[in-house]
Design a protein around this ligand. Structure first.
Ligand code: E4P
Length: 217
């Protein structure tokens, strides 16, 4: 499973990228707002840093306007994936932009039918939002499993990009189901390294190392 990081914070992206953990980046208008920076400037900086796909989201509602925004965003760098919402107009924009050879990430997906339409429209990525479904008492992971089954039934090449990930458990469950990509905030990716028994074991080993006077350098 590929790892994308869901942030527009350059330092966090650089840290994960330097570790070789990063296969791409996703942003959305809320994350851009949080960064307090101009969208075109921050997206360009991310694209200079990361070689994998960088999702940048349109803000128009109508297909023609989304296409114009998508072309502008795609002009920033070769590795831009234009993010369009899963609306009828978004699907039209997806069809046109993917037909021009641009990567398209169809976002705000909450049903298997929506994912089916995005694949038919030529999406490179479909972004089902797990956490936001969990928030309304619908199991978001079930949606990932349903889309996996449907895409495999028909050999769709659209990659399942599990989004709105809130916990390390979401990450491992997505990997078990077979999501192609998971995008998560930096804090969730880092939390994947944590285990209470690792902390407890390390404490014991360090105590014994001190007792034994072990020094290595
Ligand atoms: C994905 O591309 C979105 O930016 C993101 O995962 C949304 O997550 P949230 O529901 O935590 O805002």
């Amino acid at each position: 499973m590929k790892f994308f990081v869901d942030t527009a914070e350059i330092d966090a992206i650089a840290e994960l990228n330097d570790l070789g953990m990063l296969d791409g980046v996703t942003t959305n208008p809320s994350l851009i707002m949080k960064s307090g920076r101009d969208i075109l400037e921050v997206i360009k900086e991310i694209c200079d840093l990361v070689s994998g796909p960088v999702s940048a989201e349109v803000v128009a509602l109508e297909a023609e306007a989304m296409i114009a925004e998508g072309r502008k965003l795609a002009g920033i760098a070769e590795n831009i994936a234009v993010k369009v919402p899963l609306t009828w107009d978004g699907l039209k924009a997806c069809k046109v932009l993917s037909g021009e050879g641009k990567m398209v990430n169809v976002t705000l997906c909450f049903s298997a039918n929506q994912a089916l339409l995005a694949a038919k429209a030529g999406a490179t990525f479909i972004s089902p939002f797990i956490g936001r479904l969990d928030d309304i008492n619908i199991d978001g992971l079930d949606l990932i499993a349903d889309i996996r089954e449907i895409y495999d039934n028909y050999g769709f090449e659209t990659q399942i990009l599990a989004a709105s990930i809130r916990s390390p458990n979401h990450m491992s469950e997505c990997a078990k189901i077979g999501a192609d990509v998971a995008t998560a905030p930096p804090s969730v990716i880092k939390a994947m390294a944590n285990h209470v028994l690792t902390d407890k074991g390390l404490e014991g080993f360090l105590k014994d190392a001190a007792k034994a006077g072990i020094k290595i350098v």
